[in-house]
Design a protein. Structure first.
Length: 684
């Protein structure tokens, strides 16, 4: 239903400065009428007309002026004012031949029986005609008719709806953007100093004018992907007009239905597209897009992303490198992409920073590697430093993060450290168990504890109501889950399936477990063999946890991990080996290989399994290929595992051009075995 325009509503809504509001309304209507999609150039204090004149399709040069008059103003009293504007425009703008006056009042009709127009209106029009300028009017009736059009419904709502309208919707989107950016830190505080890492913004600056629809900013967790985008946006917003930028966390897109995306009862995604369709530049940023991999509703996630692109928006995505190819394969195959990798600091750069800003680096090389990650470097520099910092290792560093950052043991009042760690662990477990990225406050949660964690930058409110909360950074969530798993690992009470209690069975839970296990393997923990054996032999533990355990073991680059894998496979017979091969050829793959697709096209094959055209991904492949190569005589060969091994070899050699020597040696030593099992050989 198209409700009539209420000018009283306009006066009420813009009572502070109705003249400026009417000028902006006139500008929008003028641009719409003359198809000035990207607006018209104007100068500060533009004289006589509101903007530079516009050239029309029928060959005229048109300017406009908006005149907002108080209720008591008589139009006849403004005759000279309007004539002065006409004369000034004629002298100032070469070639101008038409001026349109937007006015918020109606002319009073002439009292003469044979005339409609009053004398002062006729005199103004004649004055313009004598100067070669046609005068047109856009009064209340014209404005009301234009605003009745479907295409201008958002403009009507913005200027004439005193209730929560489209302006509030626009404001909520801007507030959401600012809230996300506020909690992204692009500098490291160290005492009184601000440490800022220079990044290359050229691709970001070129993106808007490029042919690319999507720019993917990727890198490891905590390398500064989001901070790079934030700095770019802040610089750009100071210079660019006719542009709208919206920013979302990937968690915002993980909703059951599209209409739940923006959490607005009155407006949805299509309203967003309609509201900003005339902006020259439209940019959507999706932060931490790796969350799609553990999303409850990935199909809705992908649909929302694609709708932005299909409506002509440019999209910037930040994502961990490990998930980049898979995201592109799932959602972005039909869109033009470009990418930029944000790398960790080089060791030499870290050393130079240490000298420049005068902080001690630990001697432990593994910890130095970790500090090349900006997130961890920030945590390290904000710890309470002691003279023995140089002797710190990764284990001590994690303990210091927990005690000084998560618990904040310096604030012992009211037992706050215990309350902080209890709350954050409960919050994370609740989110994992219910497959959510937010935590809804309970009646038993104390405001003091929540406020303390917010002040420390560990959690942030999800909405203005502050009833739902997020962990501020993925790395913090990983720190908390790692602490939970480590604590359970050390306590005998947590054995078997009890080890995974209260964590649910979601992809996020399993991913968190795998990340923790990989970190323990990188630390060369001596107690892990017993743990792996217990987990993999416990039949009450679900297969999904067994699979995550094996995947972590295969993905580790440590010699300790390889030693454990070798021992487990030698003790378990064929079953574990075949399962690892299955996981290798299913979960450890990514991205469609374009070269293989081209080969299929050349061979004119119209039907093929697209999944078979993905490529190997991760350390697991090299681990298993090494194991096969070193244990050819120990593996209990059968038709089943020969077939599985051949499948793995085919996948690796067909998609990886490097490592041909490995392929040759493997094939030569397997030749005899495969010769006696020809059905198993598919081209090795």
């Amino acid at each position: 239903m198209n409700n009539p325009i209420d000018w009283k509503a306009f006066e009420y809504k813009f009572s502070g400065d109705p003249r400026a509001a009417f000028e902006s309304l006139a500008y929008i209507l003028f641009c719409y009428e003359f198809k000035q999609t990207y607006g018209i150039f104007r100068y500060y204090n533009q004289p006589y007309i509101e903007t530079q004149p516009a050239n029309t399709a029928d060959g005229h040069k048109v300017g406009f002026q908006a005149k907002y008059y108080d209720a008591g103003t008589q139009m006849s009293s403004k005759e000279q004012d309007l004539k002065d504007a006409i004369k000034g425009a004629k002298n100032k703008y070469v070639g101008i031949d038409r001026i349109i006056f937007y006015i918020n009042k109606e002319f009073s009709a002439s009292s003469a029986k044979d005339k409609d127009k009053p004398e002062h209106q006729l005199r103004i029009e004649k004055y313009g005609k004598n100067l070669g300028i046609e005068i047109q009017w856009r009064g209340q009736s014209h404005i009301e008719k234009m605003l009745a059009m479907e295409e201008l419904k958002y403009v009507k709502n913005l200027y004439f709806n005193v209730e929560t309208g489209i302006d509030h919707f626009h404001e909520s989107l801007i507030n959401h953007k600012n809230s996300i950016l506020k909690h992204i830190h692009s500098t490291i505080k160290y005492g009184e100093k601000d440490i800022k890492i220079a990044q290359d913004y050229q691709k970001l600056m070129d993106f808007q004018e490029s042919d690319s629809q999507v720019l993917i900013i990727h890198g490891a967790a905590g390398t500064g992907k989001s901070a790079t985008v934030k700095d770019f946006l802040l610089k750009k917003d100071k210079k660019t007009e006719d542009e709208i930028t919206v920013v979302f966390s990937a968690a915002n897109l993980d909703v059951k239905e599209e209409n739940l995306f923006l959490k607005d009862e009155n407006y949805g995604l299509q309203d967003l597209f309609g509201l900003y369709k005339n902006e020259k530049y439209r940019l959507c940023v999706i932060d931490s897009a790796e969350k799609y991999a553990t999303a409850r509703y990935p199909e809705v996630f992908g649909d929302i992303l694609q709708q932005f692109l299909d409506h002509g928006w440019k999209v910037i995505i930040t994502i961990r490198t490990f998930y980049k190819d898979s995201l592109c394969n799932l959602f972005l195959k039909n869109y033009v992409q470009s990418e930029q990798e944000i790398l960790k600091l080089e060791k030499d750069t870290l050393t130079e920073m240490s000298a420049q800003y005068q902080f001690a680096l630990p001697a432990d090389t593994k910890l130095q590697d970790l500090l090349c990650n900006l997130f961890y470097l920030n945590l390290y520099l904000n710890l309470n430093h002691r003279s023995e910092d140089e002797n710190m290792n990764i284990v001590l560093f994690r303990e210091a993060i927990w005690s000084q950052v998560i618990r904040d043991d310096f604030q012992q009042y009211n037992n706050l450290p215990v309350k902080r760690e209890t709350f954050i662990q409960r919050m994370v477990c609740d989110m994992l168990d219910h497959e959510r990225y937010t935590y809804s406050l309970k009646d038993t949660d104390e405001f003091e504890t929540v406020s303390a964690l917010e002040n420390s930058g560990i959690i942030v409110p999800y909405q203005e109501s502050r009833s739902d909360w997020l962990v501020s950074h993925d790395v913090y969530e990983e720190i908390v889950t790692s602490h939970i798993f480590t604590k359970r690992f050390k306590e005998e009470a947590y054995f078997g399936k009890i080890f995974f209690a209260d964590l649910g069975n979601s992809l996020r839970s399993r991913k968190s477990y795998r990340i923790w296990l990989e970190s323990r393997l990188s630390d060369d923990d001596d107690d892990l063999l017993e743990f792996f054996t217990d987990i993999l032999q416990d039949e009450e533990i679900g297969q999904e946890w067994h699979d995550e355990t094996m995947t972590a073991l295969m993905n580790s680059e440590s010699e300790e991990a390889y030693s454990i894998l070798d021992m487990l496979l030698s003790l378990s017979g064929n079953t574990l080996f075949i399962r690892m091969l299955f996981l290798l050829n299913t979960t450890c793959r990514t991205g469609i290989n374009s070269e293989i697709l081209q080969n299929f096209k050349k061979q004119e094959k119209t039907e093929f399994n697209q999944y078979r055209c993905t490529r190997p991904n991760g350390t697991a492949w090299k681990t298993i290929l090494r194991y096969i190569s070193e244990n050819l005589n120990r593996i209990p060969w059968s038709e089943e595992n020969l077939s599985a091994v051949t499948e793995v070899l085919n996948t690796w050699t067909y998609t990886e051009h490097r490592g041909e020597a490995t392929r040759a040696s493997l094939c030569s030593e397997l030749q005899y075995l495969l010769f006696h099992n020809p059905k198993c050989c598919r081209g090795c």
